[in-house]
Design a protein around this ligand. Structure first.
Ligand SMILES: Cc1cc2nc3c(=O)[nH]c(=O)nc-3n(C[C@H](O)[C@H](O)[C@H](O)COP(=O)(O)O)c2cc1C
Length: 179
């Protein structure tokens, strides 16, 4: 028999409180990716915590939700291929730099590798993927972008974690429990 406790309801309407949606979504931890490409010797970066792997294994698909207001997306959406780097431990400042408002300054003093197809990869990341755009669907105020992975490389660095609008690091669960 299920026991019903007299507690606050688990869920409530949020229409009159848009900040609550942000707070709720921030409770879901994720990694952080940067989509980066070199077009005519200019480098472009789009940092996204909505990035997700494992959408499909065959073909190998990942996804990212891009704000419709993104100026960078308008530039990079026509690229033949995109480099994706998953930020690693200790790369919080770099993440903010690559997402800064000053688009021209994003890559100043950033260690990168550009390959023959123009994909740009960040050094010391946790994971690198070379992707092409597979499909784009409208999703409210975002574009839901499916990327097909053509090449990948697994780095040595652990991933950076984004949670509660803060950068965090992974900790083994057992090391928290054992005192
Ligand atoms: C930690 C972090 C996560 C972000 N996640 C996303 C995201 O998932 N999707 C998105 O469109 N923008 C995201 N942004 C914002 C973009 O990186 C970028 O700042 C924004 O698109 C404006 O720049 P743009 O006009 O050059 O695209 C994120 C920024 C930060 C710092």
């Amino acid at each position: 028999m299920t026991q019903e406790l007299m507690t606050q309801p688990k869920v409530s309407n949020f229409n009159d409180d848009p900040m609550l949606v942000r707070k709720a979504f921030a409770q879901f931890p994720s990694g952080v990716a940067v989509l980066a490409v070199d077009i005519d010797n200019e480098k472009h970066a789009l940092v996204a915590s909505s990035f997700m792997v494992g959408v499909s294994l065959e073909p190998c698909l990942v996804s990212v939700a891009v704000q419709k207001s993104s100026e960078t997306w308008e530039v990079i959406k026509g690229a033949r291929s995109l480099g994706v780097s998953i930020f690693g431990k200790g790369q919080g400042d770099l993440t903010r730099k690559l997402a800064s408002k000053d688009r021209a300054a994003r890559f100043e003093q950033v260690a990168i590798e550009v390959n023959e197809s123009g994909s740009v990869f960040v050094e010391d990341a946790a994971l690198w993927l070379e992707c092409s755009i597979h499909d784009v669907a409208e999703a409210g105020d975002h574009w839901m972008v499916l990327l097909e992975v053509s090449k990948l490389g697994v780095g040595d660095n652990e991933p950076l974690i984004w949670h509660g609008a803060k950068f965090r690091e992974l900790v083994d669960a057992h090391s928290i429990d054992v005192k």
